[in-house]
Design a protein around this ligand. Structure first.
Ligand code: 5AD
Length: 421
């Protein structure tokens, strides 16, 4: 009897770390179902896109990919759309891209095995949930791509409803995992030799142990003990502010004022450790005046961010901001974005100079052979490229000390501090 043909899949991931980690679980699930992952669409029987819809540009990417590859449908390849665009657009995707067989949002992945059976039989399958789903996606087998940095989901969904944001509609309501299951996964990773753990969620601040009273802060402390090392938390806080104007913050439904935000920043600045602070900013929210934009610029000076992710406001389906008037023209958004980025670049140029002469512990991420430099990441999550003596071989995922000799706006350069003898 002839063997059944081998089942292969190709998976491309767009968007946030949550999606990257969901993909690790999807890969684990598919492998359990007898599929093998291949590196190109050409080699694959099943082609999957794990998609992002946070801004329109991200959403367009998946439709571009689908139209680039639809020619392969004739060869019998099966296409599937997973993630946020799938949840947001639902069965409309079948109309727009009729060669797609599977549309599944993240809350339905635990039904992937059953959906795979459907599409293998030549049918269409959908996995869509309403916002009130309790489904989480915990898998027995997660195929992690990075052998040193392990992601762990602690909470899914978001209940916050910021006016611009599509996440509450694509990821459902907040569902926290029990601290017991998070801790057991953290211990497992530690036993496997992982040297960095990142706790993930759309809104980790809202984490609440469904079994008891463990808060986000306590969970972190327990994990610190679980991974059995000292001073293991990074010197870094990401605190998205979005705007420096009280009027715009209110219209965005952000639930804090500029001063309340600055209070938290002062608290971080008062820590003994030099904690790097990064943020997210949106320009051109409906009705944002030139003056209000300038308040965002002045906030950058007050805080002194080490890095910022900056975006032009992008109208998203279902969101409250769609109902607001006074859209800002795209050219104006682009102009504001350029001004904001230039200002932040200058701030980073200045701020990174403070590291000159410092010795930092870095996690080795790899080697840039052409430049003869090792790539390291500091506890402040900054890239520190460094040289080491010839013949020194470093393991990725290990930690070494490096002295900073040069600073740029987006990275540092240095040399490894090698212990004598
Ligand atoms: N338009 C532009 N940026 C957005 N973000 C979220 N929604 C939108 C949108 N509709 C940004 C926010 C958020 C980050 C993940 O993406 O800054 O913090």
């Amino acid at each position: 009897m002839a063997d059944a043909p081998e089942k292969t899949f190709y998976l491309e991931t767009f968007g946030c770390q949550m999606n990257v980690h969901d993909s690790e679980k999807v890969v684990g699930t598919l492998m359990q179902q007898g599929y093998r992952q291949v590196p190109t669409v050409e080699e694959a029987g099943l082609v999957l896109y794990n998609t992002c819809s946070i801004r329109d540009k991200a959403e367009q990417k998946v439709f571009n990919r689908l139209s680039d590859y639809k020619k392969y449908k004739a060869q019998g390849k099966i296409f599937g759309v997973l993630g946020c665009v799938a949840q947001q657009e639902g069965e409309k995707i079948f109309e727009r891209a009729p060669y797609v067989s599977l549309v599944a949002g993240s809350a339905s992945y635990r039904n992937l095995p059953a959906m795979l059976v459907q599409i293998e039989a030549g049918n269409r399958a959908t996995g869509l949930d309403d916002r009130n789903t309790d489904e989480c996606f915990e898998t027995e087998y997660t195929s992690r791509t990075n052998p040193h940095r392990g992601y762990i989901t602690i909470i899914e969904g978001c209940d916050k409803f910021c006016a611009y944001c599509v996440v509450p509609f694509t990821r459902g309501k907040e569902r926290s995992r029990t601290s017991a299951s998070v801790l057991s996964e953290a211990r497992q990773l530690s036993d496997l030799g992982y040297t960095e753990i990142q706790l993930l969620g759309q809104n980790v601040n809202s984490y609440r142990d469904p079994d008891g009273k463990t808060s986000f802060a306590e969970l972190r402390r327990d994990i610190v003990e679980a991974i059995d090392a000292s001073l293991v938390l990074c010197d870094h806080v990401h605190l998205p502010v979005q705007s420096g104007s009280n009027r715009v913050l209110d219209a965005m439904q952000r639930l804090y004022t500029r001063d309340e935000y600055l209070e938290r920043i002062a608290w971080i600045h008062s820590a003994k450790r030099d904690i790097s602070i990064t943020t997210d900013l949106i320009v051109g929210f409906p009705g944002e005046t030139e003056r209000e934009f300038e308040e965002t610029l002045s906030l950058l000076d007050v805080v002194g961010y080490d890095s910022a992710f900056t975006f032009k406001y992008s109208p998203r389906p279902n969101t409250p901001a769609l109902r607001l008037d006074d859209a800002i023209p795209d050219e104006e958004k682009a102009l504001r974005l350029a001004v904001l980025n230039e200002k932040q670049r200058q701030i980073q140029t200045q701020r990174n100079k403070r590291h000159l002469g410092q010795t930092a512990k870095v996690m080795v991420e790899g080697k840039n052979k052409t430049r003869g430099q090792w790539i390291g990441r500091t506890s402040q999550i900054k890239v520190l490229n460094f040289t080491a003596s010839e013949g020194v071989e470093l393991k990725t995922g290990s930690y070494v000390d490096a002295r900073v000799t040069t600073s740029f706006p987006n990275s540092l350069v240095g040399e490894m501090v090698e212990s004598s003898g």
